[in-house]
Design a protein around this ligand. Structure first.
Ligand code: SF4
Length: 299
């Protein structure tokens, strides 16, 4: 019997867990209109909002989301509407402005950031509004290929192409975007450490000593087969639930529960953590996986 055949009840529990995240919005939406701390005047689903999301994804590499958004907010303040036509303005000035922004010295993409932003703006000039453009492509994979091909540092040589896949996934989260219009059986989600953690705890990787893939491409395909098995009609909906699984969400000011270590040595009393899955579900009490979860709070 296959893993799926042996675990039908367990898979139903995972589906319930995933459903609990249906109202979670991507964190980057928090800084757009309708979010918790809007720093920009557009909704994520507006033409400029989706353009902003592409800038964000193109630069999203070895930098925390908030730090990156603060940089983009600073550039928006500096350039106003010219923010979307940086490819027509002075490269040196853009370089100097980005260089002046504090706290970026360690960022590996810093020297390339001006070129990335100008390349994204070139993309806007060439293709126009992004959601109609994505819909006009053969499918999501075709969009990923063009994004990686035409935007500097977007992942042309990466087997995972995570930035472009993440952008495509963000589009599935926009109100009224009709993901089925651009997501078909070929289209792949990016994979994250949370996804792998989940597969190792609740999926077919549990108790496996060796990974069933040899190449990055096989790893991407393997994880996506799992996502698609869970929700065949809308596999993009599993992203947040599995990504959030035991994902540290800062440290609790007041430790509220005795932490059960997930792997390796136990955490000491001062390092108890909150998990994003717990925050988004409103506590482990709401979680159908709690009886089997090594990170659950004391119920
Ligand atoms: S930590 Fe809590 S919310 Fe997260 S998966 Fe475990 S039981 Fe569920």
């Amino acid at each position: 019997m296959s893993w799926v055949e042996r675990n039908r009840d367990h898979i139903e529990k995972i589906r319930c867990y995933v459903l609990g995240f249906r109202n979670a919005r991507p964190p980057v939406f928090d800084w757009l209109q309708g979010g918790r701390e809007p720093l920009f005047p557009w909704t994520p689903e507006s033409d400029r909002g989706t353009a902003f999301l592409l800038c964000y994804c193109a630069l999203c590499q070895n930098i925390g989301p908030e730090k990156l958004v603060r940089l983009l907010a600073y550039l928006w303040q500096e350039y106003g509407d010219d923010f979307f036509r940086l490819n027509k303005l002075s490269f040196e000035e853009l370089q100097a402005r980005i260089g002046k922004h504090p706290g970026l010295q360690e960022w590996v993409l810093l020297p390339k950031a001006p070129g990335v932003l100008r390349s994204v703006c070139d993309f806007f000039f060439k293709h126009g509004r992004l959601l109609p453009w994505v819909r006009s492509q053969a499918d999501g994979e075709a969009s990923v290929a063009v994004l990686c091909d035409e935007i500097f540092m977007m992942g042309k040589t990466s087997p995972f192409k995570s930035k472009a896949r993440y952008f495509l996934w963000l589009l599935t989260q926009l109100p009224g975007s009709d993901p089925a219009a651009f997501w078909n059986e070929r289209t792949l989600l990016p994979i994250t450490p949370g996804h792998i953690r989940f597969l190792r705890e609740f999926g077919p990787l549990k108790n496996r000593r060796q990974s069933p893939w040899l190449t990055p491409e096989e790893k991407l395909a393997y994880c996506n087969r799992f996502f698609r098995m869970l929700l065949p009609d809308h596999p993009w909906s599993v992203y947040t639930a599995l990504d959030s699984y035991l994902k540290p969400n800062g440290f609790s000011k007041q430790p509220q529960f005795p932490m059960l270590p997930t792997h390796g040595k136990p955490l000491d009393a001062g390092s108890e953590r909150k998990w994003l899955c717990r925050d988004l579900l409103g506590g482990c009490l709401q979680c159908p996986l709690a009886p089997d979860c090594p990170g659950r709070e004391d119920l």
